[in-house]
Design a protein around this ligand. Structure first.
Ligand code: TXA
Ligand code: MG
Length: 319
């Protein structure tokens, strides 16, 4: 596949043409790298599933260039969802909405709802705009990793995951390392109140403040297919143990102020919660690269983004 590091106008145009021709384009977003396909092309979408090794009933987020594209995909959009879109898009937030009749079943993994997001990354936004110029309506893109594995936050990570599954017509756009580092907040907007299906840096507190509405949370009875359906996710090969004692040769991840236990191998020492989120996936990957077999992670405390990090860590540790 072609890796494009010079993401100036002409090159992104070519990537948009590749999408239009049914090829896959991996691209940077502010959260993690996505593996993109034309959201209206059944074959291209089915390639995403085979490249990722993902179950076919597990739906994909459709990325759009702006709020004005919502109506191309969704219907009966509640006022509170529009308010969220106006406040947080472009940004790390995905809205689950009722799909309209134009939205194909293969675009939603057979669900009657659709997941939409406007990413906040100049390369992603330019790609979406160029794609629209050649008739595109949106880009379906899951995180660019094999199913259940750690999400990629840089092009070397994407290559580590997918190099041998992509072909020479596919494209990777290099936008450097992702700024946020964990996936978007997913909010189900098909009910009276918003419901968080996956936590992210758009926090429950921020949503409640903007809307003046009570936010609900996902429970296992929820029928929507979301990340929570699978206990193990975001998993490195190494075993992840939370808040446990570390022994020599164990990998160790904790906030900077927590000392490394004797003999353990420090993988990450973030000074802030934001830095923890930005680098957690790279640290889990580093453990595998170093052939470490056990990682002890001291979880970050508190509300907000710490909640989203703990959600990822819990799934990374569920094996
Ligand atoms: O930050 C992100 O959201 C990244 C970047 C690339 O945009 N994407 C991402 O995609 O994390 P993925 O496929 O790894 O996770 C998307 C989650 C999945 O757990 C999926 O089940 C859920 O969104 N989802 C997608 N469409 C849905 C739908 N129609 N109803 C319910 N959940 C849906
Ligand atoms: Mg994913």
């Amino acid at each position: 596949m072609a890796i494009i590091s010079d993401t100036r106008h002409g090159q992104i145009k070519n990537a948009a043409k590749a999408l239009n021709a049914g090829h896959l384009v991996a691209f940077p977003t502010e959260t993690v790298y996505g593996l993109g396909a034309d959201a209206t092309n059944r074959e291209a979408i089915s390639r995403i599933y085979s490249v990722k090794g993902r179950p076919s009933d597990h739906p994909l987020i459709i990325h759009i260039s702006s709020i004005s594209m919502i109506d191309k995909w969704a219907t009966n959009v509640p006022e509170y969802a529009l308010k969220l879109a106006r406040e947080f898009w472009p940004g790390p937030m995905t809205l689950i909405l009722a799909k309209n009749i134009l939205a194909n079943n293969f675009s939603t993994g057979g669900q009657s709802q659709i997941a939409l997001r406007v990413p906040n990354h100049p390369v992603a936004l330019k790609l979406l705009l160029e794609f629209e110029k050649v008739g595109g309506l949106g880009i379906s893109a899951p995180s660019a990793n094999r199913f259940g594995a750690v999400s990629p936050t840089s092009v070397p990570d994407v290559l580590e995951e997918l190099d041998c599954f992509l072909n020479d017509k596919d494209v990777i756009l290099d936008g450097g390392a992702c700024e946020i580092g964990i996936e978007s907040t997913i909010i189900d907007c098909t009910q009276l109140n918003p419901k968080i299906l996956r936590n992210g840096v758009v926090t429950a507190e921020a949503i409640e403040e903007v809307l003046g509405l009570r936010v609900k949370f996902n429970h296992s009875s929820n029928k929507l297919r979301s990340s929570g359906m699978f206990d193990s996710h975001y998993s490195p090969r190494a075993q992840v143990l939370l808040d446990s004692k570390a022994y020599p040769y164990d990998g160790f991840i904790a906030m900077e102020n927590i000392k490394t236990p004797v003999g353990a191998i420090r993988l990450l020492s973030p000074k802030t919660i934001e830095e923890y989120a930005r680098n957690i996936y790279a640290a889990l990957r580093l453990a595998d690269q170093k052939k470490i077999s056990r990682i002890i992670v001291i979880q970050p405390k508190g509300k907000g983004t710490a909640v989203a990090i703990r959600e990822r860590l819990l799934k990374a540790s569920a094996k």
